[in-house]
Write a protein that binds this ligand. Structure first.
Ligand code: KG4
Ligand code: ZN
Length: 379
C-alpha cells in the first residue's frame, strides 16, 4: 500500500457527519496564519485556536507587498505559529493522526512564493504524521468565513440555503451567489483594481502610509463625504461588474491639483474630507451592485467578507440597507474577515467530509482553477 492510499484509507474510515478536527495553514499573501478548527455533530465549525503574524511593518517602507519579503517572513513565522496554535487548542506535542483528522492549506490563488511555504509545510506534516491534507482556494475561505463560530460569535444562518456574498479585500472584489458549500456562482467581479487596493493607493497618495485602508476609514469619520466629487463607475450598468481604477485615477488627479494649490498645512486640513468623499464613492459602488443582486435574485441572505468589510462606512450603509429592505445581513467579526487560517480550516473540514483530499503532487497556483467557481452546475 502506498503512503497516499494509507492516508486515503484513514479518510474512508471517517463518517461524513463525525466530528472532524483540522489544522489549517494560510500563507497566500502577507499574513501567516494557523488555526485548529473542529466540527461538531451538527456540522458547525468551532475555532479552537487562531494565531496570525502580520507583516505590515516589513512591507510599509516599500509602499506595497514585496513577494520575496512576504515569502521569507512566512518561513520565519510559520513553525512558531504552528506550535502556538496547537498549544492554544490544548494539543501541545500532539500533532498526530489521533488528534488531527486533516490538514487544510491554501494552495491558490496567491503569491506563489508565499503559497509554497504553507503548502510544503502542510505536505511535510501530512507525510510524517500520516494525516490527509487538502488544498483549499483562498477565496472559498472568505466565502465560508461567516459560518465559523467561537466563544463570542455564532453564525445566524447556515450554508444550506442560497445567499449573496460580497468578498472585498486587498486583492479581490467579487460578488457571488452561493447555492451551498462548493457551489459558487460568480455574479460579477472588479474589472481592474480591488476595492482594498483603491483604498490603499489613495491612502498612500495623501500620506497615510501602507496599508492605509483602516487609517483612511478612521480619518473619514471626521470628514464631510460631500466635500469632493469622485466618480461612481458602472453603478448604472445592468450587471454586477465593478471598476475602481477610475476612482483611483480621479483621486490621484485631485490630490495632485490640491497639492499644487495648497500649502502642506492646508492640504493636511483637507485630508479628512478627501477620505470621507473618496470612501463614500467606493461604498456607493459596492452597495449599488449588492442592491442590484438582491433586486434581481430576490435573495435576502447576504454576507460581506474580506478585509474591506472592516470599513465602518460600508458596515453602516449595509446595515441601513438591510434594515430598510428586510435583508438578513451577516458580516463576521474582523478576525474572520481579514486573511486567517480558520476560514481555510472550515473549507478543509467540509471538503474532508465530502471525501476530497489532495495528493502529494498538488502545487501552488497564482490563480483559481477553472473548476472552482462553476456555480455547482458541473458538480
Ligand atoms: O482580506 P485582507 O486582510 O487581505 C487580502 O486578501 O487582501 O484585506 C486587506 C485589505 C487591505 O487593502 C486593507 O487596506 C483593507 O483590507 N482594509 C480596509 C479596512 N481595513 C482593512 N479598507 C477600508 N476600511 C477599513 N477599515
Ligand atoms: Zn484574502
Amino acid at each position: 500500500m502506498t503512503e497516499s492510499s494509507e492516508i486515503n484509507k484513514s479518510l474512508s474510515e471517517k463518517s461524513v457527519h463525525s466530528v472532524v478536527r483540522c489544522l489549517a495553514i494560510e500563507t497566500s499573501c502577507d499574513d501567516t496564519s494557523v488555526a485548529v478548527v473542529e466540527s461538531d455533530v451538527q456540522g458547525d465549525v468551532f475555532v479552537r485556536s487562531l494565531v496570525s503574524a502580520n507583516q505590515d511593518a516589513a512591507h510599509a517602507p516599500y509602499g506595497g507587498i514585496v513577494p520575496e519579503i512576504a515569502c521569507r517572513n512566512h518561513s520565519m513565522h510559520l513553525l512558531f505559529l504552528l506550535e502556538q496554535a496547537l498549544e492554544k487548542a490544548n494539543l501541545k506535542s500532539k500533532l498526530s493522526s489521533d488528534s488531527i483528522d486533516c490538514i487544510a492549506v491554501t494552495n491558490r490563488p496567491g503569491l506563489v512564493g508565499s503559497l509554497i511555504v504553507g503548502l510544503m509545510t502542510a505536505k511535510s506534516l501530512s507525510q510524517s504524521q500520516k494525516i490527509p491534507f487538502i488544498g483549499v482556494n483562498h477565496l472559498e475561505g472568505h466565502i465560508v468565513a461567516p459560518f465559523l463560530s467561537d466563544e463570542s460569535y455564532k453564525p445566524r444562518w447556515k450554508m444550506d440555503q442560497p445567499f449573496l456574498s460580497l468578498a472585498v479585500s486587498g486583492g479581490h472584489s467579487t460578488l457571488y451567489l452561493v447555492h451551498g458549500f462548493s457551489q459558487y456562482e460568480v455574479l460579477g467581479a472588479t474589472l481592474d483594481d480591488a476595492a482594498g487596493e483603491a483604498f490603499d493607493k489613495f491612502a498612500k497618495m495623501i500620506g497615510l502610509g501602507f496599508p492605509g485602508g483602516a487609517q483612511l476609514d478612521r480619518l473619514a469619520k471626521a470628514g464631510n463625504n460631500k466635500a469632493y466629487e469622485f466618480p461612481r463607475s458602472m453603478v448604472k450598468e445592468d450587471n454586477y461588474l465593478m471598476s475602481f481604477s477610475g476612482l483611483k485615477a480621479s483621486g490621484q488627479r485631485m490630490v495632485e491639483q490640491l497639492k499644487k494649490e495648497l500649502s502642506p498645512e492646508e492640504f493636511h486640513k483637507r485630508q479628512a474630507d478627501l477620505c470621507a468623499s473618496y470612501q463614500e464613492a467606493a461604498v456607493d459602488m459596492l452597495m449599488a451592485k449588492l442592491d442590484r443582486a438582491f433586486v434581481k435574485t430576490g435573495i435576502r441572505r447576504v454576507s460581506i467578507t474580506g478585509g474591506v468589510s472592516a470599513n465602518s462606512r460600508l458596515r453602516e450603509r449595509a446595515e441601513q440597507w438591510a434594515q430598510q429592505k428586510g435583508i438578513d445581513l451577516q458580516i463576521p467579526p474582523l478576525r474572520f474577515c481579514t486573511d486567517n487560517a480558520a476560514m481555510i480550516g472550515l473549507a478543509g473540514v467540509m471538503r474532508f467530509q465530502q471525501g476530497q483530499i489532495s495528493s502529494l503532487d498538488l502545487g501552488p497556483s497564482p490563480n483559481s482553477y477553472d473548476s472552482d467557481f462553476q456555480g455547482g452546475k458541473n458538480r
